[in-house]
Design a protein around this ligand. Sequence first.
Ligand code: Z5A
Length: 212
Amino acid sequence: MSAVTVGKFITIEGGEGAGKSTNIQFIMDFLQQKGIKVLQTREPGGTPLAERIRKILLDKTESTIHCDTELLLMFAARAQHLHEVILPALQKGIWVVCDRFTDATYAYQGGGRGIDKQRIKSLETWVQGKLRPDKTLIFDLPIEVGLERAGNRSDPDRFELENIEFFNRVRSTYLERANKTPEKYAVINAKPKIEIVQQDIANVLEQLVAKI
Ligand code: Z5A
């Protein structure tokens, strides 16, 4: 896949209840106020077909999904999303803000489920070619706080039924990835009150915008 893109690709990551949905509108508003054309989307999902795959993946009654099937469904949804939405936008110079992307696959299917990360890497290369996010914001929060925040909100989905050890592996994988290539990531401490979290986000976005 040739991935000649001019818009910036920003992805938002973190564990359960870390504040991704809460802060994504702040990110959109911030970039739009800077005069940047920006599109908001999410994974798994972002197109009609990928949203149908999302339904299967999050359905807590789908108790027999094998971890390899889960991994392949994530990338099937991603392939459709990339070709239908993300790449066309980036190629037109539109920035894309995506609620979760391939870092989530490394964290949940790699760290959480224990799938070898070389397998994930092969699929990443196959499906995405050279496309990688320009910046990934990881909202980081102690697991117990995140689960409590998420629990206050809705019915648990298939992932939210996992145990604390699973979520600890997810969190460690995100932090390991951020430590390995810190220039690609911004780890946001999601524990303080929203105003403080959003000041940190604004600082990261200011630096990104300053580079254009
Ligand atoms: N998944 C995967 O396994 N592999 C992949 O490759 C991809 C995804 C792409 C999609 O869920 C699931 O798919 C996900 C991983 C898996 N697993 N799960 N579950 P999702 O991303 O759509 O949903 P989520 O991760 O469960 O997100 P969430 O629970 O909606 O969390 P959030 O968006 O980060 O949190 P929030 O809704 O913004 O905030 C939660 C609550 O906390 C809410 O009531 C807020 O008002 C409150 N909040 C937020 N910030 C604060 C602060 N600072 N103080 C106090 N309260 C706060």
